[in-house]
Ligand binder design. Structure first.
Ligand SMILES: Cc1cc2nc3c(=O)[nH]c(=O)nc-3n(C[C@H](O)[C@H](O)[C@H](O)COP(=O)(O)O)c2cc1C
Length: 248
């Protein structure tokens, strides 16, 4: 990475920013503000098939066997496999009249991190960008097209993107957490995303698929792909998914 790529107007603060962040987000106030939610993105809905529930790998075998996979075969992901991965990441697992809880925990039950999906090679699902709507386990179609090269460039040319079948991108809706936790929300959002990514990785292993988390990317490029403003809503983490390529 050259110096142009990491330049920002705040470079003079870079040696202090971590300590300042940790210090300034220490708990000092518990005065809640008003909730402020962004609306759901507009787009055509596609309902997903029911997730696969009868997997034969035990939890402990799954934990033991999870590994970051960066080489994928051309075999497409099935819609059922995709559905299972999305459900494990963020599916609704309990609801009553007042609350709705999901497969992964979230600070305050606020769920500020949304799952976006970029499809390259999924049976019976076109290539494009969608957002996951956990309420009815559906996809909301946002853009059509082959975004492999765009996403490869956006992840600082990580070639695994080109072979993968789909990519989950997690984007934070900051105010969904800030109204309650003020600047401390910036800690919780990343912790939430970590929980989600781990469930994604374990679900992939349980399904005998491969996945790899990606934290290295050009923020603006990902936000442009998802049509997010980069401030109130911004991409924070991603995971590539596909069938594992067996090396001869
Ligand atoms: C926050 C985070 C960011 C990561 N970013 C990348 C990445 O940009 N590219 C990559 O190839 N792997 C990335 N990884 C995967 C790690 O390299 C991998 O987890 C580590 O080498 C341990 O190997 P394992 O996952 O097989 O146990 C990331 C993992 C985490 C948790």
């Amino acid at each position: 990475m050259n110096s142009n790529q990491i330049y920002s107007p705040y470079d003079h603060l870079i040696d202090q920013i971590g300590r300042m962040f940790q210090s300034l987000t220490k708990y000092k106030s518990n005065t809640p503000l008003q909730p402020e939610f962004s609306p759901e993105p507009a787009g055509t809905k596609i309902h997903l098939p029911a997730p696969i529930r009868d997997l034969d790998r035990t939890l402990f075998d799954t934990i033991d066997m999870r590994r970051s996979v960066r080489q994928f075969s051309p075999e497409p992901l099935s819609a059922k496999e995709l559905s299972t991965m999305l459900w494990a990441t963020q599916g609704v697992t309990f609801s009553d009249e007042r609350y709705e809880f999901r497969a992964t925990p979230s600070a305050g039950g606020l769920y500020p991190v949304k799952t976006y999906l970029v499809t390259f090679n999924v049976s019976n699902i076109e290539q494009g960008v969608a957002s996951y709507d956990e309420k009815d386990h559906s996809l909301r179609w946002l853009r059509s097209g082959d975004f492999r090269k765009v996403l490869c460039d956006a992840t600082i040319k990580q070639k695994m993107i080109l072979e993968s079948a789909a990519v989950f991108i997690w984007a934070a809706d900051m105010n969904r957490s800030i109204w309650r936790y003020a600047q401390r929300a910036y800690r919780y959002i990343y912790l939430d995303a970590g929980h989600m990514a781990q469930n994604t990785a374990l679900a992939a292993t349980a399904l005998r698929l491969g996945s790899c988390a990606i934290g290295a990317f050009y923020d603006d490029a990902l936000d442009d792909l998802l049509m997010l403003d980069g401030t109130q809503q911004t991409a924070i983490y991603l995971t590539v998914i596909g069938h594992i390529r067996k090396n001869e």
